[in-house]
Design a protein around this ligand. Structure first.
Ligand code: ADE
Length: 242
């Protein structure tokens, strides 16, 4: 998978992808991440201006359409054989939930546009953006941190990125549920013991315990996910009857 990130602050990405799982994924050539500075497409060699006042007298500045269009077009050319999708990170986008992450896995290349200031010219959204994504209902200073979140969430699902011990199957939300509680050594810590069942070596019972705990956890903490889970189960029952 190719990630082409368009940003006004390339320096923010230094370090973000230089360690751990994303670093290894790049070394294994499972992902390629390129960071491009939108200012390089400003067409204004002296000042590199990329923002301007909004029509209509609102406060704040907007990213001008021309540099964004040029940066996106250049990305599309770089990745022309991979049919890249253009993603704009904005609090107005669809919420980045695990199924959205999974839906991006089928793409070969993503051009990720990070906004800044008060936003971008609407004509860019209409003409150049395939998908708008938000990482949550709060406002960040720009799309850079959301871009890091998106790249991380997608990369760890690419086959071959995680090894067996890190497998995504035990992750919270992997199947729409929260994870079960997990323990490591010692068997007793500050007077609290690891649940006996995990020490029993009985794999069938352990699996059943984990499932039970995941369900109970989800029901108690995330009624929204629980409701979706119940709906999925009911659909399955209905389909198996018809
Ligand atoms: N830009 C600013 N806030 C954001 C958010 N919550 N999600 C995506 N992009 C953003």
């Amino acid at each position: 998978m190719f990630f082409d990130i368009l940003t006004l602050f390339p320096g923010m990405f230094e370090g973000a992808f230089a360690d751990s799982i994303i670093k290894r994924a790049q070394e294994r050539k499972l992902v390629t991440i390129e960071i491009h500075n939108i200012r390089d497409y400003s067409g204004d060699k002296r000042h590199g201006t990329v923002d301007d006042y909004p029509y209509g007298g609102d406060a704040g500045m907007l990213l001008k359409p021309a540099p964004l269009a040029a940066a996106i077009k250049a990305g599309k050319e770089r990745l022309s054989s991979l049919n890249p999708k253009v993603i704009f990170l904005t609090p107005q986008g669809e919420l980045l939930r695990q199924p959205v992450v999974e839906s991006l896995l089928s793409e070969q290349a993503l051009i990720i546009l990070c906004g800044r200031y008060k936003g971008i010219d609407q004509r860019i959204r209409e003409r150049y953006i395939d998908r708008e994504i938000s990482i949550g209902d709060y406002v960040l200073s720009g799309g850079e941190v959301p871009a890091m979140v998106l790249v991380d969430a997608v990369t760890r699902l690419i086959p071959g990125v995680l090894n067996d011990r890190e497998s995504a199957e035990a992750d919270s939300l992997y199947n729409g549920l929260l994870s079960y509680p997990q323990y490591t050594r010692p068997e007793e810590f500050e007077g609290n013991r690891v649940p006996e069942i995990l020490l029993s070596g009985h794999h069938v019972n352990i699996k059943a315990w984990k499932e039970e705990q995941a369900l109970a956890n989800t029901r108690a903490r995330r009624p929204d996910l629980w409701k979706e889970y119940e709906e999925r189960i009911n659909d399955k029952i209905r389909n198996s009857k018809s």
